[in-house]
Design a binder for this molecule. Structure first.
Ligand code: MEV
Length: 308
């Protein structure tokens, strides 16, 4: 039996602009995990996939068309040049779905990792990331690749699409509160809407993406220098640009305002937007107040995490 996991993630800076080649910063969130277990079955049984958290169970050979769990199994087997194995793959996940925490990429990562290791052929981070990216394309359309990159590496990344990924040092630990609006966010739909809006007002949107890119570069400097007040202000600035892109929502604005009123150093939406998560940078002594303020403002789930 082989078990492997992968963390969730949040984007600190640069979502949406990342799709157009601007830099973005993302960090893993290890408090939530996807875990895949691969167990041998008698010869001739074939491969059976079970995801009890979402009541989904099927034989690989009978997989629904475009099923993402089957897709990562096929991607992995094809890469390894391996035939369908006689195994059961069981998937569990504590990562909220459609909330911007990278649940899809984490699930794919856990499955590919566990299956490859079970077959005695563990995958390196770059190969794993490339396999997961292929599946991301199925359900996200035109993903930048940031989710698979941060989740397969499980460390903070400075990401630019189609470039070698950079990591960086975090001087002062970042205390983050992640508040879930409880409203599902479809990355594919929101990214598609932004694309359509950009086609109507190319210069305006490209200017917003450029400004987001500049903020992201400054944010990396602030993280490396441990300048948390500056970092908070940059988060607020990034949120305002996302608001102008049209990807905020009344529920997101409520959580952002609540966190700021509770003395967060900065707050912004994280991920595709319209729903999903808001992240707030807090100090250790104001952490609980910010979390409570977000709950009062309607957050369905609140996670505290430290990036170091
Ligand atoms: C989704 O987690 C982040 C987006 O920038 C889309 C992407 O980069 O693929 C909205």
């Amino acid at each position: 039996m082989t078990t492997q996991s992968a963390p969730g993630k949040v984007i600190l800076f640069g979502e949406h602009a990342a799709v157009y080649g601007r830099p973005a910063i993302a960090v893993p969130v290890t408090q939530v995990q996807a875990t895949a277990t691969v167990q041998d079955q008698p010869r001739g049984s074939g491969c059976f996939i079970s995801a009890p958290d979402v009541n989904h169970a099927f034989r690989l050979a009978d997989a629904p068309d475009q099923d993402p769990l089957a897709a990562i199994v096929y991607e992995t087997l094809t890469h390894l040049g391996a035939p369908e194995p006689d195994v059961t793959i069981t998937l569990r996940s504590t990562i909220p779905i459609a909330s911007g925490m990278g649940s899809g990429a984490a699930v794919s990562t856990a499955i590919a990792r566990a299956l490859a290791e079970h077959l005695g052929r563990p995958l390196d981070a770059d190969t794993l990331s490339a396999l997961v990216f292929e599946v991301e394309r199925l359900h996200h359309g035109t993903p930048s690749g940031i989710d698979n990159t941060v989740i397969t590496r499980s460390q903070p990344v400075f990401f630019v699409k189609d470039r070698l990924v950079e990591t960086f040092a975090v001087k002062s630990p970042l205390h983050l509160i992640i508040g879930d609006t409880g409203i599902p966010s479809s990355t594919k739909d929101v990214v598609g809407d932004v694309r359509a809006a950009r086609e109507e007002r190319l210069e305006h949107y490209d200017s917003l993406f450029r400004q987001i890119g500049q903020i992201t570069v400054m944010a990396r400097g602030a993280i490396v220098a441990g300048e948390l007040y500056a970092l908070g202000a940059l988060m607020d600035g990034n949120h305002w640009l996302l608001y102008q892109l049209g990807v905020s929502s009344p529920e997101i604005e409520r959580l952002v305002q609540a966190a700021r009123q509770a003395d967060a150093l900065g707050a912004k939406l994280s991920g595709a937007g319209r729903g999903g998560n808001v992240i707030a940078l807090v100090q250790q002594d104001t952490q609980e107040a910010a979390a409570e303020a977000m709950r009062q403002a309607g957050a369905k789930n609140v996670i505290a995490t430290i990036v170091s």
